[in-house]
Design a protein around this ligand. Structure first.
Ligand SMILES: Cc1cc2nc3c(=O)[nH]c(=O)nc-3n(C[C@H](O)[C@H](O)[C@H](O)COP(=O)(O)OP(=O)(O)OC[C@H]3O[C@@H](n4cnc5c(N)ncnc54)[C@H](O)[C@@H]3O)c2cc1C
Length: 320
């Protein structure tokens, strides 16, 4: 089986989501290649070998500098068509979703999205995706070739078994007239001092139990001490206590840090589905019957306003 993985990059680095999908593809025993499109991306392509790509196709062209989907579809469509790929896999992002949809239309190929896993069964790909408000998992297949798949953020951890440098092959870039009609007017980046919730190894998450928006400062202090990021429940982002970008759950982000510290969070199913891939879950809640304790590795029954500052102090003193 020949699999192509769309390698997204940001600020000179391949993004974690793409590398996770690449590692998963390699674990299927497939012949895995990557494709990177952008301006000045040639140097980062070889590094994908470490995560399982035997070859990386590179479209390095100034016209691909802006993260716009249609020029990337122009790059991918002939590569997939002529390269005989059975599947093209994408890690979820705004750009990747647009490229995947555009490629599906261009190739008249089926796209399964929101997948959280994939396996090979009898030589065919079988995807897994949550359904019915994430309460059940269903298996999905493809009736067309190639099979296109978009995976939820955080579905797979990048694994670097040490495959060495990938072979890099340059692609010639030919853009359709209609693909160059959109222009990027402005790009803005959220100011952030620590890692994003998708990339963080440690997440300190806050819920309504914080009591007031300014109490998020207490969680930010703990996250800073641990080198992590702050996340939130929908209840608090809906209340305007914290930005939507930090929401974890069914209608927010899916995260899989090594450590997830849930503070004042009840543990609703819609929150759980976004963080259940976390390594170790620690919950701090004053209600001993809170559902979060049912899926926590360590539960602390108590007032987070007393516990969290002490924890921060402890982390800081251990570090120094
Ligand atoms: C279609 C749909 C989609 C949804 N999507 C999402 C989603 O993506 N993400 C999400 O998070 N939710 C989502 N929700 C909402 C979800 O159902 C819950 O309402 C929400 O997660 C609850 O947030 P919470 O835990 O912050 O608040 P609450 O449920 O109110 O829990 C607050 C907790 O804080 C504890 N507490 C109070 N004071 C303290 C204290 N001083 N110290 C320690 N603990 C304290 C309480 O015991 C309680 O357990 C969705 C709902 C629907 C219907």
């Amino acid at each position: 089986m020949k699999v192509l993985v769309f390698l997204e990059h940001h600020e000179g680095e391949l993004v974690k989501g793409s590398l996770g999908v690449l590692s998963k593809a390699a674990s299927l025993g497939a012949d895995v290649a990557g494709v990177a499109a952008g301006s000045g991306v040639r140097d980062l392509a070889g590094g994908a070998g470490e995560f399982g790509a035997g070859r990386v196709y590179v479209a390095d062209d100034p016209r691909l500098e802006a993260p716009l989907p249609q020029p990337r579809v122009d790059v991918l469509a002939p590569l997939v068509r002529d390269g005989g790929f059975d599947a093209v896999l994408f890690g979820q992002s705004v750009l990747a979703a647009d490229v995947a949809a555009g490629l599906a239309a261009r190739l008249e190929a089926g796209l399964n999205w929101d997948l959280v896993d994939v396996r090979v069964d009898d030589g065919k790909l079988v995807g897994t995706r949550p359904a019915l408000a994430d309460s059940v998992m269903v298996e999905v297949g493809w009736r067309s070739q190639p099979a296109l798949a978009l995976f939820r953020t955080g579905s797979f951890e990048p694994a670097a078994p040490g495959g060495g440098e990938a072979e890099v092959e340059d692609l010639s870039v030919e853009l359709e007239d209609f693909s160059t009609q959109a222009a990027m007017v402005e790009q803005a980046h959220e100011e952030r001092s620590g890692p994003s919730i998708e990339d963080a190894d440690v997440i300190v998450a806050g819920g309504r139990g914080l009591g007031a928006p300014e109490q998020f400062g207490v969680l930010e202090e703990l996250a800073k001490a641990l080198g992590g990021a702050v996340a939130a429940t929908r209840a608090v982002v809906d209340a305007g206590w914290y930005p939507y970008a930090a929401q974890v759950g069914q209608t927010g982000r899916t995260v899989s840090p090594k450590l997830y510290i849930a503070c004042g969070i009840s543990g609703a199913i819609q929150h759980k589905v976004g963080m259940q891939g976390s390594g170790t879950v620690v919950a701090i809640n004053k209600d001993p019957n809170a559902p979060i304790f049912e899926f926590s590795d360590l539960g602390v029954v108590g007032d987070l306003h007393e516990i969290v500052p002490k924890l921060t102090e402890l982390v800081r003193s251990r570090k120094s």
